[in-house]
Design a protein around this ligand. Structure first.
Ligand code: FE
Length: 203
């Protein structure tokens, strides 16, 4: 049985031929190299008419490598993935217990997530350039859509909290919309995190 390694994410496939698409990062069969042939394949790549100068993507990736070195993305994404569901829990408790303290906790935590979102997006972009060569495949598209949805919704929620700090005492209708926005935002960060885990753990 031959072993094939995905050059983009490192996934190992066993079989006579590489898979049509990588089950982890989604790139095509041409991105797979036979494990025993790797040094030879790398040599061939070099002679294969690759431009002598580095591409804009790899130059940018190199310049931003420090973000990757300190694991900027996995560190920063734990803020939306951890704190957003917590804010939602505080919101539910504020409504159920009619607690102003819980509403304040929900509000402040949501502000914190809103401020962290740009960092999570930026570090994710750098990771994508550095670790996955800026390849545009399904897992990255899902992560980008989820990140964008979460960023917009968290911004809307933060602004809503600013405009209407007493939302928990407001009408049931607007509170229901508020809760639905939290649910969608939590789902989006969860799905982005799921794909992140799939890319990191390659399963
Ligand atoms: Fe892959």
């Amino acid at each position: 049985m031959k072993k094939w390694r995905c050059k983009v994410c490192g996934y190992i496939h066993e079989g006579d031929a590489p898979p049509e698409t990588c089950p982890v990062c989604g790139v095509g069969a041409s991105e797979f190299v036979l494990v025993e042939d790797e040094p030879a394949a790398a040599d061939a790549d070099g002679q294969d008419g690759e431009p002598a100068g580095k591409s804009t993507v790899s130059r940018l990736a190199e310049r931003l490598k420090f973000v990757d070195k300190v694991h900027g993305h996995p560190v920063s994404v734990h803020i939306p993935n951890g704190v957003l569901p917590l804010s939602f829990l505080f919101l539910l408790l504020a409504v159920i217990l009619k607690s102003d303290a819980m509403a304040t906790a929900a509000r402040l935590n949501t502000f914190f997530v809103a401020l962290a979102m740009p960092v999570a997006l930026f570090t994710g972009f750098v990771d994508w350039l550095n670790r996955y060569d800026g390849k545009w495949t399904r897992p990255f598209a899902v992560k980008v859509v989820c990140g964008a949805v979460a960023t917009v919704l968290v911004a809307v929620l933060a602004i809503w909290w600013l405009v209407e700090p007493d939302i928990c005492r407001g009408s049931v209708g607007s509170l229901a919309v508020f809760v639905i926005l939290y649910v969608i935002a939590c789902g989006a960060v969860g799905l982005a995190g799921f794909y992140g885990g799939k890319l990191v753990f390659r399963e």
